[in-house]
Design a binder for this molecule. Structure first.
Ligand code: PMP
Length: 397
């Protein structure tokens, strides 16, 4: 029966990664994959993580199951990190959290949870969005629709169109919004737009799902959660999917969380048993390692301070390179306006160059980016930025 399977198109990023690996050019530059790299082009283990792992090795005395919600200490930390220490939803005991295998696991659990609450729900995602959002929600059996978001012409947001479309979303549907560092465009909602989004959610009665995969990578841990916190103070229900892949550099440990905010603590209990039963039916319990590392870090004032410092280093490096790209492009005589790069946040930016130019960068210069011209800024460093700027200047001529 397996022979009857249909071929599946592979994710273009995976093909790009393979082509990059096989490219013998010593000058090759990988701007495709969405992982942080340091000045040496390396995705290093954070020092705070190394210390927490050493502690774990010393202290861990059992490998018994941890339960469907995962590590409860981690869950309490992640709620405070997202909502802030004394957010009304936490004080009113309206939040239930389960730690999950990565942010992807959180999204899948959220999708199954939504289906239980409203099997007819459609989930609305930004155009464009992280490619996996659409396939993941469809695989879970949800209907997916898109709302206008990024404007490829102005390199900003299609603000009015976005709100006009959201004003048509029926009650009972779910609207996914990126908390910060929008993937793939780098364009985030400003505070006023968060306010308008909140008003519409209240008016229309749709349920927001906030995907927060990059907290701390944009402007700071609290700043990046400002929109979420504002929204959560006003709506009665929302879902939050967070990830520790980027901000703790724990990509392969697969650690994230799904948090459900309910109207009151009674509904929260109902949400909790359903959430746990969804988890039980998929993978029963999450792996513990990543959660315990994060817990050890956030349990310790010293390790937390070290984490804040390391996170700020990653954030500052990306933001510095945003400006550096603009300066280097200007120095190469590029007259096209790339100032939008500095207005964006997080790992990614759409350069806005065309397919022929992207292909030339790859074929002639071994510079790899995805077909949408999304670049992962952290792939740039002191050793390749000039080469990159010169190559872009060449293909833009
Ligand atoms: N949401 C978005 C918007 C992402 O960009 C990513 C990771 N690329 C995720 C969720 C999932 O992250 P994780 O690796 O933790 O599964």
């Amino acid at each position: 029966m397996f022979a009857q399977l249909k071929p599946v198109a592979t994710d273009p990023i995976l093909g790009l990664m393979a082509a990059y690996r096989e490219d013998p050019n010593p000058l090759k530059v990988d701007l495709g994959v969405g992982v942080y790299k340091d000045e040496q082009g390396h995705t290093a283990v954070l020092k705070c993580v190394k210390e927490a792992e050493a502690l774990r090795l010393k202290q861990e005395d059992s490998k018994t199951y941890i339960g469907m919600a995962g590590d409860l200490g981690f869950n309490a930390h992640i709620e405070k990190l997202a909502f802030g220490n004394s957010h009304p939803v936490l004080l009113a005991n309206r939040v239930t959290t389960a730690h999950t295998p990565g942010g992807t696991g959180a999204l899948r659990v959220a999708a199954e949870f939504i289906k239980r609450a409203n099997p007819d729900a459609t989930i609305w995602v930004t155009t464009p969005t992280w490619a996996n959002h659409i396939s993941l929600f469809q695989a879970a059996g949800l209907k997916v629709k898109e709302y206008a978001y990024y404007d490829y012409d102005t390199k900003g947001l299609k603000t009015e169109q976005m709100f006009a479309e959201l004003a048509q979303v029926p009650a009972g549907d779910v609207v996914l919004v990126h908390a910060c560092c929008h993937n793939p465009s780098g364009m985030d909602l400003n505070f006023e737009q968060w306010q308008r989004f909140t008003e519409l959610a209240l008016e229309r009665g749709f349920t927001p799902l906030v995907d927060m995969a990059y907290q701390g990578f944009g402007s700071g841990l609290d700043e990046d959660a400002k929109g979420l916190r504002y929204l959560a103070e006003r709506v009665s229900e929302l879902l939050l999917c967070s990830s520790c892949s980027k901000n703790f550099g724990l990509y392969r440990e697969r650690i994230g969380a799904v948090s459900i905010v309910s109207a009151d603590s009674q509904v929260m209990e109902l949400a909790k048993v359903n959430l746990l039963s969804v988890v039980r039916s998929i993978y029963s319990m999450p792996p513990a390692h990543g959660a315990i590392i994060v817990s050890h870090i956030l349990d310790s004032a010293e390790l937390t301070a070290l984490w804040h410092q390391e996170l700020a280093e990653m954030r500052d490096r990306i933001n510095n390179y945003r400006q550096l790209i603009i300066d280097k492009f200007a120095a190469e005589g590029i007259t096209q306006d790339f100032s939008f790069i500095a207005r964006q946040h997080g790992m990614f930016s759409f350069l806005g160059i065309n397919k022929a130019q992207i292909d030339r960068l790859r074929d002639e210069f071994s510079i790899y980016m995805v077909g949408s011209s999304r670049v992962s800024i952290a792939g740039l460093n002191h050793a390749n930025i000039d080469y990159f700027a010169k190559a872009v200047a060449t293909v833009l001529k």
